[in-house]
Design a protein around this ligand. Structure first.
Ligand SMILES: [Zn+2]
Length: 147
């Protein structure tokens, strides 16, 4: 778990670096098209904004993925940009109808003063890498499909 506290954040960003456990990524991906054998590093700057926090940074990915063309696991090194706004949910008695505090692209609603960044970063990873991919050395998959 990678915790930040809103109380620790100010208007000038603080840098947070760490590792996202590969086992947690695999569990959430739930796909045998990916192989993760090492933890993935990230570097993020977090700053306070009204009623929340803004996270900007990068996740440095190093994993293997099935090539859509040759069907073999191939090395991938990818940098995933992170830009997320965390919004604090109001106390329960002040909350309005269901659905108002559902996450949207780039926005996460969070409970409490302390936030675990790990599931939020894993979500970014999954959104960014779950797609058909083929390595350049194998040629462009889409042009193959169209010919
Ligand atoms: Zn290939």
């Amino acid at each position: 778990m990678i915790f930040i506290r809103f109380a620790d954040l100010g208007s000038s960003p603080i840098e947070i670096t760490g590792e996202i456990p590969f086992s947690a990524i695999l569990k959430n991906l739930n796909s045998d098209e990916f192989a993760f054998e090492i933890n993935q590093n990230f570097k993020i700057k977090a700053s306070s904004i009204p009623n929340g926090a803004e996270l900007r940074g990068e996740i440095f990915m190093n994993f293997r993925q099935l090539c859509g063309r040759c069907g073999e696991l191939k090395d991938r090194i990818v940098t995933i940009p992170v830009h997320i706004v965390l919004r604090k949910k109001p106390p329960k008695k002040f909350r309005e109808e269901d659905g108002r505090y559902e996450d949207d692209i780039g926005v996460c609603f969070v409970d409490g003063e302390r936030v675990d960044l790990e599931p939020i970063l894993i979500e970014q990873i999954i959104l960014s890498i779950s797609q058909v991919w083929s390595e350049e050395a194998c040629g462009d998959l889409s042009s193959t499909l169209n010919s």
